[in-house]
Design a protein around this ligand. Structure first.
Ligand code: F0G
Length: 421
């Protein structure tokens, strides 16, 4: 099967361009990467993946700059529309590490990207491909972060951007970003999955180039999260992590990290049993992937009604499930759901270590806590939790989870008196 962890090297088909091609994950049909616009397989409509005939090892990561483009050898192009994305911190959290009870815990904080989420890693590649294809309008459906990143990278690339958002369900910081970076914002009377259905049809009619994670090029940029985590652990512990825990919405990151590891195995840079276990965490009110993993199913059942405080992952139809489910299974990982209260508690735990994240991000830490309490994660494990977006993305959720401001008079004596009470 094409998505298994194997050391087999693929051979380039005739339609490859400089050793790069697109391949259907179901039927294996191949396509030239930049000749036409396509998001899924012409033959069977399944998901496509970018494939390479020459896969790099750690020593080959020597591209331009510090972030995503340092990994140019794992990407379909050498350079992109860049705002210095990637190279995010891998924070130590000693108190939380003790409290949860693992050998090592590190937080890969993707909120430290230019627009405050991991989406920038995908957009720097996706918008570069859009330039290569010669399109002039970009579009996405979004729970907020994708729209902020698309707006920023699209405007930097000189392209028009169109974003479809579920009305009333997108955090304030994200709409503000999309708006200031000049996106045309369409608020849809429906949830994210409805927005994605519509934008896919618009893209299919040639109205715009689709930059949701259904677009295989975007996931190439997101692979670099996994590569940075591995390099960080190798530098600090001389070994890769046992486990990576991440929030799941469309399961794009789960698919991207798994692809990064598969390619390292193919390149001979990582052995099969070194590959970190991938653990996906969803909010209880939007957990179709967890349902599929628990039932050992090969497909995910779409949830029509989804609800969670973590609006970024309020998603009922994870489009990358066919790529992500094999990743969870083949690495020996799992998927777990957490309550909104557990998410807020984890947001406070991270804040206590000085790390400010939006609710969806905290799901990873909440999930790790539960798995450790259940004994599925053991005390000797070295774990990385991915936090996907910055605290300021959702200021309302942060204020609700934090302390209340107190009113004081405008003079020192009055302030002192207030502090004494
Ligand atoms: N965390 C945050 C902060 C997100 O914004 C998203 C997805 C996810 C996690 C889930 O990642 O889809 O790779 O499993 N946000 C998308 C958006 C849907 O529109 O911003 P995934």
């Amino acid at each position: 099967m094409s998505l298994s962890l194997s050391a087999d090297q693929p051979a380039a088909p005739a339609d490859a361009d400089d050793g790069v091609w697109l391949e259907c994950i179901e039927c294996g049909e191949t396509f030239a990467p930049f000749a036409d616009i396509r998001y899924t397989c012409d033959e069977c409509d399944s998901l496509l993946e970018v494939r390479y005939d020459d896969l790099p090892t750690f020593e080959d990561f020597a591209g331009e700059g510090q972030g995503v483009w340092r990994y140019a050898d794992t990407l379909p192009l050498d350079a992109g529309v860049s705002i210095q994305e990637g190279a995010t911190p891998l924070y130590e959290v000693p108190d939380l590490e003790d409290d949860i009870g693992v050998e090592a815990l590190r937080i890969k904080h993707e909120g430290m990207n230019p627009t405050g989420s991991f989406k920038d890693r995908g957009m720097t590649v996706g918008v570069a491909v859009a330039t290569e294809l010669g399109v002039d309008r970009l579009a996405c459906a979004s729970t907020g972060n994708t729209s902020a990143a698309l707006a920023a990278y699209g405007s930097r690339g000189g392209m028009e951007t169109l974003v479809l958002l579920p009305a009333g369900k997108v955090a304030a910081g994200k709409i503000a970003q999309a708006s200031l970076h000049g996106a045309r914002i369409l608020e849809v009377d429906g949830n994210f999955d409805a927005c994605l259905d519509i934008v896919q049809e618009l893209a299919g009619r040639g109205e715009a180039y689709l930059l949701n994670s259904l677009n295989p090029f975007r996931l190439e940029g997101q692979k670099t999260i996994g590569l940075e985590i591995l390099e960080g652990f190798l530098a600090d512990y001389d070994t890769v992590p046992d486990r990576i825990v991440l929030p799941v919405g469309n399961a794009g990151n789960t698919a991207a990290l798994y692809k990064a590891f598969r390619e390292l195995v193919q390149a001979g840079a990582l052995s099969r049993d070194e590959v970190p276990k991938l653990v996906g965490v969803q909010a209880e009110g939007a957990a179709p992937m967890v349902e599929a993993v628990e039932n050992g199913a090969d497909e995910v059942r779409r949830w029509d009604d989804v609800e969670t405080r973590a609006t970024a992952i309020r998603i009922g139809n994870p489009v990358n499930a066919p790529k992500a489910l094999p990743g969870i299974r083949e690495t020996g990982g799992t998927a777990i759901s957490v309550t909104d209260e557990e998410i807020t508690a984890a947001q406070r735990d991270l804040a206590g270590e000085g790390i400010g994240v939006e609710p969806a991000s905290a799901a990873s830490v909440a999930g790790l806590r539960t798995l450790r309490a259940e004994g599925i994660v053991t005390e000797d494990e070295r774990v990385a939790c991915l936090t996907t977006g910055h605290l300021l993305k959702d200021p309302d959720a942060a204020a609700a989870a934090g302390s209340e401001p107190e009113s004081v008079p405008a003079e020192t004596a009055g302030v002192l008196e207030h502090l004494e009470h």
